[in-house]
Ligand binder design. Structure first.
Ligand code: VAH
Length: 316
């Protein structure tokens, strides 16, 4: 059975739904914390359990009670909010990960804990960022993500725990809003377009970042966890890429369907400084070679889908 930690977050909420679709509702446990309880379909469709990564006993109890063999650990403070609460970001990101890895070691679970383009820093090559390259991130989010990669690989080498992960780009989705990231603008811009509001963009002209539509992100996580372990040269964490754009490019992609849509720039200094320290476009050839990674969406097909789905969600 599968446990999703952070099942009410931007990725966790849709990942839980997708896993339940593939493996059966009763076989996927939605882990949550007090104050972020599952609601609606997430709550009704399958088992839910308190699973606070900062409490190892609670995690161990859930793993044993539901006979968990795979843990998807989506608990994290994202890059912007982490800068205001660095100690909590570390507590959730790394003390939490340590608990997960120990429980996994004792119970023979596989573990997926995502990394991010945020794990790279200002001296990482920006174009076609290599799979193996320098990672000296300038944010506590990035420091915790590099540590996530190193600690997960350590448990893999030293104890044989099957840990795998990907470096997610900015993820765009319409179901659950992201929780305080640098790439959130690429989600918010669609909401403004559908509501017929002018979009005030916090990221500056020409700032490119790797981005990905949620269906591709979910597929990447599940496909990697289902991949033949003997074929994997890398474990934590694979570069995965699908599109790379700056605000002007996504604005024009939306304008194609909403000609009256307007955008102005009001650069947020913190978000801009973080975005400037991240690469523009990753080289994901290792993921393509080792486990067949292949994105399905591009900017146009994502835009069409986002505008359609948000129109239903927001205007009903
Ligand atoms: C953030 N959406 O902006 C997250 C993610 C790659 C970006 O880590 O912090």
């Amino acid at each position: 059975n599968v446990l999703v930690i952070g099942s009410t977050g931007q990725i966790g909420s849709e990942l839980t739904g997708e896993l339940r679709k593939r493996y059966g509702n009763s076989n996927v446990v939605a882990g949550y914390i007090q104050g972020a309880e599952p609601t609606g379909e997430l709550k009704e469709a399958g088992p839910c359990a308190i699973a606070d990564v900062t409490n190892a006993d609670v995690i161990a109890e859930v793993v044993r009670k539901y006979n968990i063999d795979t843990i998807y650990n989506l608990a994290a403070l994202l890059s912007v909010v982490a800068e205001s609460k660095p100690r909590l970001a570390w507590k959730i990101g790394i003390d939490g990960l340590w608990n997960i890895l120990e429980v996994a070691r004792e119970n023979g679970c596989a573990v997926f804990t995502p990394s991010s383009i945020g794990s790279f820093g200002p001296d990482t090559p920006r174009e076609m960022t290599p799979q193996d390259t320098i990672q000296r991130p300038a944010t506590i989010y990035g420091v915790s993500k590099v540590t996530t990669e190193l600690l997960s690989d350590y448990y893999q080498k030293k104890y044989g725990v099957d840990t795998r992960s990907v470096r997610f780009p900015g993820i765009i989705s319409y179901v659950t809003p992201p929780g305080g990231g640098t790439t959130d603008y690429a989600v918010d811009i669609y909401y403004s377009a559908v509501k017929g509001e002018k979009f005030v963009c916090p990221i500056g002209k020409g700032t490119r970042m790797d981005m990905m539509y949620m269906p591709d992100a979910l597929n990447a996580a599940i496909q990697l966890m289902e991949a033949d372990k003997s074929k994997l040269v890398h474990h934590n964490a694979f570069n995965i890429a699908s599109m790379s754009f700056d605000p002007e490019t996504i604005y024009q992609a939306i304008k194609k369907y909403k000609p009256e849509f307007e955008m102005v720039y009001e650069v947020d200094p913190l978000k801009q400084s973080i975005a400037n320290s991240w690469p523009d476009q990753m080289d994901d050839s290792a993921a393509r070679e080792e486990w067949g990674w292949m994105p399905q969406y591009d900017l146009d097909s994502m835009t069409k889908d986002m505008l359609e789905k948000l129109a239903v969600k927001l205007l009903k």
